[in-house]
Design a protein around this ligand. Structure first.
Ligand SMILES: O=C(CO)[C@H](O)[C@H](O)COP(=O)(O)O
Length: 162
């Protein structure tokens, strides 16, 4: 699978390890940066570029997922979720990695590099990549509501902004 990856200074060492791990497992890794350590760099452009690439690839039928991480993973998740079509989940244990795919059909995983060992992060990512969306109607319905809101600002049958 193609994996779009991005971080900031807080995750750069992780990124190098994770990319090697993913390539060793046969994935095609596309690195959206940063390419060198700068303690003052900003995560939004890196993460938004990775998320845009996921959205673009998936719209073209290319099988892919995204991995973003920084110190906490919070800002990186927020940044990725600004991109239309992206469902980025903050993952902090095996269960949240599984549920991100089973219930949310998340297409981007966000991890806090300052919160976990690199081996934990590798495990979360492996679990996330391997797990399929359950396809259950209630989850598909909720995901469709998010997409509808993203496209129209409304959710049919529900008062929004009332
Ligand atoms: O996790 C992050 C955003 O959610 C960043 O990696 C974190 O805020 C960077 O912090 P600092 O600039 O103090 O190294």
């Amino acid at each position: 699978m193609r994996i779009h990856i991005a971080t900031d200074h807080a995750g750069l060492e992780f990124s190098e390890d994770l990319q090697e791990h993913l390539r060793a497992r046969g994935h095609e890794v596309v690195d959206h940066g940063p390419t060198s350590y700068d303690p003052l760099d900003d995560y939004p452009p890196f993460c938004i570029n990775a998320a845009l690439a996921v959205a673009r690839d998936q719209a073209a039928g290319v099988e892919c997922l995204g991995v973003v991480f920084g110190g906490s993973g919070n800002g990186e998740q927020i940044a990725a979720n600004k991109v239309t079509g992206i469902r980025a989940a903050l993952v902090w244990n095996e269960s949240t990695a599984l549920l991100a795919r089973q219930h949310n059909d998340a297409n981007v995983i966000s991890i806090g590099a300052r919160q976990h060992t690199v081996d934990e992060a590798k495990h979360f990512i492996d679990v996330f990549i391997a797990e399929p969306f359950s396809g259950e109607e209630r989850h598909a319905r909720r995901i469709a509501q998010l997409a509808e809101y993203e496209q129209t600002g409304l959710i049919a049958g529900h008062p929004i902004g009332a």
